[in-house]
Design a protein around this ligand. Sequence first.
Ligand SMILES: Cc1cc2nc3c(=O)[nH]c(=O)nc-3n(C[C@H](O)[C@H](O)[C@H](O)COP(=O)(O)OP(=O)(O)OC[C@H]3O[C@@H](n4cnc5c(N)ncnc54)[C@H](O)[C@@H]3O)c2cc1C
Ligand code: SF4
Ligand code: SF4
Ligand code: SF4
Length: 425
Amino acid sequence: MISITSKEMCCGCAACEQRCPKSCIVMREDEEGFLYPQTDMSKCIDCGLCEKVCPVLNQGEKRKPLYVYAAKNKNLQIRLHSSSGGVFTHIAEQIIQNNGVVFGARFDENWAVKHDYTETLEGLAAMRGSKYVQSRIGSTYQQAKDFLEAGRLVLFSGTPCQIRGLKLFLAKEYDNLLTVDLICHGVPSPKIWRQYLHEIIATGGGDIQIPSCGPTSQITGINFRDKTTSWQSYSLRFTLRRETGSGLPETADISRIHYKDPFFYCFLSHVMERYSCYACPAKELKSGSDITLGDFWGFRGTKDFPDDNNGISLLLINTDQGSKYITSILRSEQSYEKVIKQNLMITASLIIKDPRRDTFYKAVAKSSLHRESKKLWLINKIKRYANRLADIALGNGVRWHIAGICAENGTDAARARSHTHSPSR
Ligand SMILES: Cc1cc2nc3c(=O)[nH]c(=O)nc-3n(C[C@H](O)[C@H](O)[C@H](O)COP(=O)(O)OP(=O)(O)OC[C@H]3O[C@@H](n4cnc5c(N)ncnc54)[C@H](O)[C@@H]3O)c2cc1C
Ligand code: SF4
Ligand code: SF4
Ligand code: SF4
C-alpha cells in the first residue's frame, strides 16, 4: 500500500488512484492545495499495485536524446499562440489527421488546469500554451489506455513525472502511443492559482483598483505566455469582462511582463513549487518520453535559421517513434552538451529548497500574493546587492547569502536557482 512518508516522495500523478483495483485511493488537496493520495485502509487488499505504478518509487533510466534541434513551426500564427516554437501543435496536428486522440493540459470553466483529450484540430487550441500550475490528471491514464486498446493513435503530453506515471500505469509498450513531455522546472499549486484569480477579479492583482475589476467581473481569457511584447519578454495576460447595467459590457486586459506579475514573480523565485519538484524523479529524460520540448533560451539566430523573437523551441527527439512525427518543421541541429549547459532544468531539479518555501503558502493565505510578492522582491533585491558587494570584496565565485544559505561556489544548484525558464529576470 502506498504511503507518503515525505511530501517530496509524491509528484501527484494519480497513477496509484487510477490503478487501485478496489478504488480505495482518492487524491485530496493538502493545506497548500497540492493533490496527494489518501487510502481507505478498510478496503485495501494489500495487492501492491499502487506502488508498482508510482514514478517516484520506480524511476526510469537516465537517457540522452537521439537528435537535438532548435525548431519552429512554419505557421507564424500557431507559433505566436504557443509558448515557444509551436512544436507541440506540429506533432498534435499529425496525430489528429491520422484519426488519433491528443491528451494535454487545458483550463476548465473555472480556469483551473486539468488534463483532457481532443479528437479535433479545433480542440488543440485549448491545449496550446503552457499553464504554469499543476494540472489534475483525473482518469486520463485510463482513458488513454482505452483508446490504445481500441487501436487508436494516441499522443499524451504532460510534465515528465506525468509521462512516467502514464508509462508505469500502462505497464507495456504500445506502437500506437506517442509521448511528449516538457523541460519542467516545477509546478505551483492549484490553490495559490485560485487565490490569484480572486485577486485579479477583485483588484487586478495590484495596488490600484483597475476599472472593470470587482465582484461582478469575470475572466474570459488567460495567456501565460503572451508574446505581444516578444517571446523573450513574455507577459501574463488576463482578459476581463464586467456587466455595467447599461447593456454594454466593459472589457479590459490586464497584462504584466512576467517578472512584474505577482504570480510569475513568485513562481520564478522558486518559493511555490510542489515539494517533489525540489527532488524531481524524472530529470535527464528519465520519463521515457519519445519527445521533450522546452524553450530555446539563449539561441543566437543564424543566417539560415534566424531568431525573430516570436519563439524557438528546444526539441529533443528521444526515440525512433518520436522522429516519425517531426516532419515539415523548420529546424537546426544543435549539440546536446551545449544545450544542457544553457537549459539547466533538463538535468537539474531546483536543488536547494528556498528557506522561505515553507512559510510562503501560509503567508499568502493570510495576506495576498500581491503583497507577498512585493516582500519577496525586496528581499531578493537586498540579496542581490549583498552578493555583488561580496563578489567585489571577496573575489568572484564566493557569495554570501543573507538568508543564511551561505556560500554557493558557482555550483549547478546556484545556477539552477538563477536560471530556469526565464530569459530576462
Ligand atoms: C509547468 C511547466 C514548467 C516548464 N518549465 C520549463 C523550463 O523551466 N524550461 C523550459 O525550457 N521549458 C519549460 N516548460 C516548457 C515550455 O513552457 C513549453 O511548454 C514548451 O517549450 C513547448 O512549447 P510549444 O511552443 O512547442 O508548445 P505549446 O503549445 O506551448 O505547449 C503546450 C503543451 O504543454 C502542455 N502543458 C501546458 N501546461 C501544462 C501543465 N500545467 N502540465 C502539463 N502539461 C502542460 C500541453 O499539454 C501541451 O502539450 C515548462 C512547461 C510547463 C507546463
Ligand atoms: S495495495 Fe492494492 S488495494 Fe491497497 S491501496 Fe494499493 S492498489 Fe489499492
Ligand atoms: S507519485 Fe503518483 S503514484 Fe506515486 S504516490 Fe504520488 S500520486 Fe501516487
Ligand atoms: S519538476 Fe519534476 S516533479 Fe515537479 S512537476 Fe516537473 S516533472 Fe514533476
